[in-house]
Ligand binder design. Structure first.
Ligand code: NAI
Ligand code: MG
Length: 352
């Protein structure tokens, strides 16, 4: 089997961790002999934007369509406003390829210290609606600079969009041992879209009688994540809410530097995109100390999606052996470099 992978490192530490991720993927392909990869790297980034006036050139999305998966670093630069870079590169791919299911696992890896005393109870998957809601891009500005200046940012929820993310969440929760799904909204203060979310959730729930469900308001669930992490399993939430909750989840699992994510087009009409949750981390760019573990875990999710379950599991075992050994980058309190961790993971893959 040959998998065609589009690599887009983009900005800051993005290219550093994607390079490390590709190294590990090559070690896996060499080890198993079961699959091959054809990787093409794309230079699309904020530097590219500053030179060419666009992140994705004419016909760029059409080219990406030819790939089986997209392996993405991070976009964001001090030279370009964040809303321009995000809407220039990451959102056109995620929305253009209808990657509506954003899957974000959170777990404290062996050898990693959670800031929570009961952090071992963290074993969650946050499902983020990734195509509409608060990030639908619906809004405007009026009377710029005047005393009555108005800015609107109107969330858009469609029945079809809500129903498909709930169904995805139920299916995923059914595959986990605890079979538990928590609905997160803010349907007390927000009376329309959020209430519709709740209603559709319970309609879909009728098809999954074996699954335990409960619900939380988004503010309340943050306290439950911190105080009773073991009581949560799968969480489904809107684009904005899940974005925020998953950064909290990443921090509670030890570092933003270990948290992975998959932007899935579950129907596989288009390629899905796999990326670490973190951004381009200006403060550590070029220092060679970015934690590559988030990207490795991301690569494991990509392999899983590509049907390489054995290689995906082998990679997770290698990651966990290395974190357990105490070889940590500075974000986890260690002194290892990106390269040290990458080399150790490759070595484990070769030997096990
Ligand atoms: P960030 O995730 O880049 O950094 C937050 C903090 O976490 C920094 O102290 C950073 O050094 C640390 N950190 C992040 N990843 C790390 C890693 N792999 N290893 C060690 N430490 C790590 O978030 P921030 O600072 O809010 O954003 C920086 C830029 O990244 C902005 O332009 C933002 O828009 C962009 N961004 C892009 C994302 C994406 O492409 N999906 C996601 C989040 C932010
Ligand atoms: Mg985020």
């Amino acid at each position: 089997r040959t998998h065609k992978i589009a690599a887009i490192g983009a900005d800051g530490i993005g290219p550093e961790v994607i390079r490390a991720g590709l190294t590990v993927l090559e070690a896996l392909a060499a080890r198993d002999g079961g699959f091959r990869m054809e990787v093409e790297s794309f230079p699309w980034s904020s530097d590219y934007y500053l030179a060419h006036g666009h992140y994705i050139p004419e016909g760029g999305l059409e080219r990406l369509k030819q790939f089986d998966a997209i392996f993405f670093g991070a976009v964001g630069s001090q030279q370009v406003p964040d809303h321009v870079s995000l809407w220039g590169l990451r959102l056109p791919i995620a929305q253009g390829f209808d990657q509506y299911a954003n899957v974000r696992p959170a777990r404290v890896l062996p050898g990693v210290k959670s800031p929570l005393q009961n952090g071992a109870g963290i074993d969650w998957v946050i499902i983020r609606e990734n195509s509409e809601g608060e990030y639908a891009g619906n809004g405007g500005r009026a009377h710029r600079g005047l005393p009555i200046e108005v800015g609107t940012e109107v969330a858009v929820f469609t029945r079809a969009g809500v129903e498909r993310i709930h169904r995805f969440a139920f299916e995923l929760a059914m595959k986990r041992p605890r079979r538990q799904l928590t609905l997160v909204t803010k349907s007390n203060a927000q009376r329309f879209g959020m209430v519709m979310w709740d209603e559709i959730f319970y309609e879909v729930a009728k098809d999954y009688p074996a699954l335990k469900t409960d619900r939380e308001l988004v503010d309340a669930v943050t306290t439950r994540m911190v105080l009773k992490p073991q009581t949560l399993d799968v969480i489904v939430a809107t684009n904005l809410h899940a974005d925020i909750l998953s950064d909290l989840a990443a921090a509670l699992s030890g570092s933003l530097g270990i948290a992975p994510t998959a932007n899935l087009n579950p129907e596989r009409q288009f390629p899905s995109m796999f990326e670490p949750i973190h951004g381009s981390a200006f403060d550590i760019t070029g220092k060679g100390i970015a934690n590559p573990v988030a990207t490795f875990w991301t690569a494991s999710m990509m392999l899983e999606h590509l049907g390489e379950a054995d290689a995906a599991a082998r990679l997770m075992r290698a990651i966990e052996a290395v974190t357990a050994s105490g070889l940590h980058t500075p974000d986890l309190g260690g002194t290892a470099t990106t390269e040290d961790v990458t080399r150790a993971v490759c070595e484990h893959i070769r030997q096990h």
